[in-house]
Design a protein around this ligand. Sequence first.
Ligand SMILES: C[S@@+](CC[C@H](N)C(=O)[O-])C[C@H]1O[C@@H](n2cnc3c(N)ncnc32)[C@H](O)[C@@H]1O
Length: 410
Amino acid sequence: MLWWKRHPRIAALLGDLEPYQLDALIESIRRNDQAVRIFVHKGQIIAGWHIYLACQELGKTPEIVQVGGTEDDALAKALSVELSRRHIDKHQVAAIWFEAAKCIKPIKALIDQAVAEAKARRNSQLKRGSARSAQLDRIGESAAEIGRRIGVSGSTVKRISALSPTWRTKLAAGETDFNHARQYSIRERNRTEAAKCPPVNLGEIRILQSDFRELDVPINVPLILCDPPYDDASLPLYLDAAKIAARHLDKERGFLLAYSGIHRLPKVIELLSAHLNYYWQLVLPFTNTSGHVRARIVRRVRNCYRPVLAYCAGPRANPPKVFVDCLKPRNRQKEWHPMQQPLEDIITLVEHFTRPGDLVVDLCGGAFTGAIACYHAKRRYLGCDIDSQAVKDGQLRLRKFVHEAGYSDK
Ligand SMILES: C[S@@+](CC[C@H](N)C(=O)[O-])C[C@H]1O[C@@H](n2cnc3c(N)ncnc32)[C@H](O)[C@@H]1O
């Protein structure tokens, strides 16, 4: 049996199958005999590397097709063969094409040609006085044209071109999935944009890196926010937060607002009730991007809301005004932190439970949405997070918010 090498550029672009996938391929070839061929260019395998490995394992001689022409033409052909054979999702397919355009000339030419054709079509439409918006066509038609050539939709192409180069490479290599790549690309872009904004005077908004159990909390605080991660390991944090709130909340009008997951709600209530008095439960519904209620199926329940528990330290505290206990449905907002809460919700809570100038203490800052809410609502803020990256991002986010909202000019 001949021994072949794999072409290094194709190997770098497509990576290896997982061991369980290779086992499945060996099994399939054992049962069905080899159904697909191996493509070889100048002594190197350019498509079908894993079929070759499977044949070696089974002691079979693979069926070889010699591909002529230039190396780059052969690689372009091999890539489309490999991608049509593999069970990978459309986002990874598009990301691999984008990566391939960096190192295989005919693929770059294919993408450039698609863009040029879309541009030419748009120009001729504009000359004919077509009513379609040039902006829309410029983004939409190029992506659709590229998509047609690489076998995915235009919207997939658009999503992939919006990723940061680093995350697109990781997605192509199968090191991450599209949702992660998208979220981290957005965060990278936000950090870069925020770093360009000049520093601002944040007044009485203080963001610290600390474990909240070591935070120096003043006495008679009107509002403490508590939003730890919703896993078992973090459950004891609710008890620590309750102890801090019992000592530091204003007895007449102070509240602790604790965000909670649904699964552990009874335990969270038990921990908070050990030191504080239960006041109310608020409901924060989720929506999807088109404004419909968004639900995650958990234990065969479509869960459409996040509970927030209101506790007070005194026997009976009263919020400054009557509030509605079911807030408006909000979209996911995760552009700074994976556990970020919608800003509008926190603004509503801060405005319900405090007066302008009051201090809000935020024990688990996360994306420091509480800090933004307080800056916007003219409350003082003291917040911390144990994670130094979250603190750096929180400071950048606040800086960007202040600039974008135009507060820095006032
Ligand atoms: C759910 S996120 C908070 C999100 C925040 N409410 C927002 O919307 O921006 C929870 C945060 O708690 C932080 N955290 C966990 N344990 C902590 C501790 N002991 N002290 C301070 N922060 C902690 C985590 O690092 C994480 O960033």
